[in-house]
Design a binder for this molecule. Sequence first.
Ligand code: TRP
Ligand code: ZN
Length: 468
Amino acid sequence: MSRSARLVPAWVSALTAAALTLTACGAGDGEGAVRGTPGGAGVRDPYFPKAGNGGYDVGHYDLRLSYDPDTDHLSGTAGITARATQDLSAFDLDLKGLDVEAVTVEGRAARFHRTGQELTVRPHGGLDKGETFKAEVRYSGTPRTLTDADGSEEGWLRTADGAVALGEPIGSMTWFPGNHHPADKASYDITVTVPDGLEAVSNGELRKQETGEAGTTFSWHTAEPMASYVATLAVGDYDIHRSTAGDLPVYTAVRHGESAKALARLPEIMEWGEENFGPYPFSSTGAVVGGEDDAEYALETQNRPFFPGAPDTALLVHELAHQWFGDSVTPRSWRDMWLNEGFATYAEWLWEEDEGGDSAQDTFDQLYAEGEDEYPDLWLFPPAEPSGAAHLSDDPVYQRGAMVIQKIRQTVGDDTFYDIVQGWTAAHRHGNADTDDFTEYVEQQAPDEDFDAIWDEWLYGEGKPARP
Ligand code: TRP
Ligand code: ZN
């Protein structure tokens, strides 16, 4: 069994279930017996127990939105096509802030109720296990910015000329209702109307751009499964550039007045990524470069990573590497964050090595010898068990996570190492994976090696490992 088997303590689940029973509405309203039970307010993520919802699986989001930066008013409809995974008397969506005007399920008005981030919907007559249904939520308001446990801001961020939506880990619930946990990936249509002269940039491919009475409407389509935390929308004054990298469409948006020289290397980095990590998992690529004050960090938003100001090459490599590690192979829970950040950081080391700079082993050795100088928290907790939601983006997840990857490379040698990396991205392409899946995969691919010491000391061990 896994060393990481414990999820949330039972009392947390019990409390959540009790809260749902108390707040559920419409019981005894004369509709007759409704089959099934409520789906549950959360998927028991060890770090974000209320994120996501039980009882259904979303297949597609169809967001039709309007946004005007002058008023900071967002309005529209979220169409959510999902399949019930149990008989459901009610199900939850996650939504923070905003006003819900109406909810329908299968075209019929549904009762709904809100408590905190939970929007509980009671479909008329309930839903049967296995049934595919479409829910529509009409909503509007001024979206919120959230402050994370680590103090950083996410969700809906105002910019000088508009706004940008950044959703890691839970910010996407500030701009659309959904099953906001990485375990439930879906395809998306994101259609956004903005005042003429502004751009609306999102994930996937731009299918249509049309100017009408209400403004300009941009229709973005994402066919490949996407986790909601990497869904994005940037509205503002951007310079758009379209090109290709090999056969792949490239769409970049650079805030008017910013310059982003590193983007010239994007096609080269994509090709390098495919050589090292395997086939690129999506149908288009690109980047969004906003203003320096837009956010405190870059984010690997799918197809089109977001950068607050011009990225350097290393950051561009990091966010593009996330397209394989994070966006295509997505953590099963927030505990598995090191699989994202360890690999994306390791990609920076590999790029430097391939560019003729320090080898990844050099970088590893320097970190082992004196990593505390630059990264004081480096040895504070093991990569696979972050010490709380406030620490998901700390040094042990990034740098020590990358050190775990280098330990594997040391053990198996380059040929097997690259087979493992490419085999891993192929095995879980467009899916979810956790740390146990990873360690088991590595062991299968190199059956003659013993990885126990690496897992025990580097991945799960407290403190600095005794030997490099
Ligand atoms: N994933 C981002 C990156 O490294 C950083 C980041 C943004 C992040 N928001 C976060 C990490 C929230 C953890 C939690 O490219
Ligand atoms: Zn990252």
